[in-house]
Design a protein around this ligand. Structure first.
Ligand SMILES: [Zn+2]
Length: 120
């Protein structure tokens, strides 16, 4: 192999190596950014949920405002009732009830609440 050909080959190898390294560092950066974006998206969802709860509490009795969000508000109320109903069924099946004083789950036959010590 003459000197000139060797130099060209060396240059070619150097270029492809740099290209591969760059590609792999891009992939790493890409997966980092994708993960970070996903995590921020999850955080944003939590913030939206908390914002929604605050908004609901602040506006559920405000008829003017509630009108624009009527479907959402109704959905919250209906779903909450369903959850409450299911929780009662679950408690019954578990032979448990809620303490009148602290609202903790306690045995149906308890005379005193093991959580708050209140007499039932
Ligand atoms: Zn209690």
């Amino acid at each position: 192999m003459d000197h000139q050909k060797f130099n060209k080959l060396a240059e070619y190898v150097k270029d492809t190596t740099t290209f591969a390294a760059k590609k792999s560092s891009n992939l790493l950066e890409l997966s980092k950014l994708t993960l970070e974006t996903k995590n921020l998206g999850k955080n944003l969802k939590v913030v939206y949920i908390e914002l929604g709860k605050l908004f609901y509490k602040a506006n559920k009795d405000n008829k003017d405002k509630a009108e624009n969000y009527r479907d959402y508000f109704n959905n919250v109320e209906e779903t909450s009732k369903k959850i409450e109903h299911l929780n009662k069924k679950i408690l019954k099946l578990k032979d448990m009830r809620l303490c009148k004083l602290c609202n903790k789950e306690i045995s149906k036959n308890s005379v005193f609440c093991p959580a708050c010590g209140g007499k039932l």
